[in-house]
Design a protein around this ligand. Structure first.
Ligand SMILES: Cc1ncc(COP(=O)(O)O)c(C=O)c1O
Length: 312
């Protein structure tokens, strides 16, 4: 397998442990992988991807990075935090969608002093063109990181995560993660195929993009990058959660309360609350046996919790 250089930005391996109160409540062994505790800003899944992406940017001689997402993008905030740590400049060209006010992740972007430009568009193509235009205007080369850091190189971060889980020696029957732009799901499913072949992976989709196409494509591209010949697996289950991106759901919000009250762990309304709701629903529907080990990958996102008014 080909190796790719990565920058050491996070504290890895992240903690992983059994949640006793939730296990009792749900009648199965619920475990958590705390990628929210990975040590940069409010933590989260993007750091694993950025370790590869920003090292690649540096190696190719870039010192200006741009990325995109919606106004409260955790990915954009973490890209800024990681790029600044590496002494690179960062401009966020965000969709003028979601909470643009100085709340949640926008507070952190402001505190970092990173330049944020909003575009009133739903087209990422238009945003990438605007990044090129800004680069030309500044007379600088721009390293463009796609929305969510979800390309083949970024996905390698979650193959690493699955290796970390496998190295614990604990057998997991099921693993649950949130899916927003696809890179985490692609890394988890391909990584599980390589390192955790007995684990079923459930990807909880928080958006209605064509993930049935996007996730396998990312897996194929990641396998090509690694130069491994592997049959591209299907995710065991992909479920859509809630009414759409960034629209909190009742079950998601109840899952957030349950996790906080029973285990003192903060989830978020956009991604991890909905993903954990998927685990709760399946546990209550009897999909997990009492002696199963079910791993929830906590992908972060706490900033988003403080961006919106809380109504359940
Ligand atoms: C907190 C959080 N969890 C999960 C995801 C989903 O990850 P991905 O974009 O790789 O699908 C994201 C980003 O989109 C996120 O910010």
């Amino acid at each position: 397998m080909k190796q790719f250089e990565k920058e050491s930005l996070g504290l890895f391996p992240t903690p992983m442990y059994r949640l006793p109160n939730l296990s009792r409540e749900l009648g199965t062994n619920v475990w958590i992988k705390r990628d929210d505790l990975c040590g940069v800003a409010l933590g989260g899944n993007k750091v694993r991807k950025l370790e590869y992406l920003l090292r690649d940017a540096k190696n190719r001689g870039y010192d200006l990075v741009m990325t995109t997402g919606q106004a409260q993008s955790n990915h954009a905030m973490l890209t800024a935090a990681c790029a600044l740590r590496m002494g690179m400049d960062c401009i966020l060209v965000l969709k003028e969608r979601g909470v643009t006010a100085r709340k949640g992740n926008q507070i952190l972007n402001h505190l970092m002093g990173v330049e944020v430009r909003f575009m009133d568009t739903d087209s990422y193509e238009e945003i990438y063109r605007e990044m090129d235009r800004i680069g030309e205007e500044l007379g600088r080369k721009v390293y463009k990181i796609p929305c969510g850091g979800s390309n083949a190189l970024g996905s390698l971060g979650y193959i690493d995560c699955m290796k970390e889980v496998a190295d614990s020696g604990i057998r997991f029957d099921h693993l649950v993660c949130a899916c927003g732009s696809g890179g985490t799901a692609a890394g988890c499913v391909l990584g599980a195929k390589l390192h955790l072949p007995d684990t079923k992976v459930l990807c909880s989709m928080v958006d209605d993009d064509a993930f049935d196409v996007i996730v396998p494509r990312l897996m194929r591209e990641a396998a090509e990058l690694l130069d491994i010949s592997v049959e591209i697996p299907e995710p065991d289950l992909m479920e859509m959660w809630g009414e759409g991106y960034s629209i909190p759901s009742k079950e998601g919000n109840e899952a957030i309360e349950m996790m906080l009250r029973l285990e003192g762990i903060v989830l978020d309304p956009c991604y991890t609350g909905k993903a954990f709701a998927g685990l709760v629903r399946r546990a209550r529907a009897g999909c997990y046996r009492a002696d199963d080990n079910v791993l929830f990958v906590h992908t972060g996102g706490a900033g988003g919790l403080f961006a919106q008014d809380w109504e359940v």
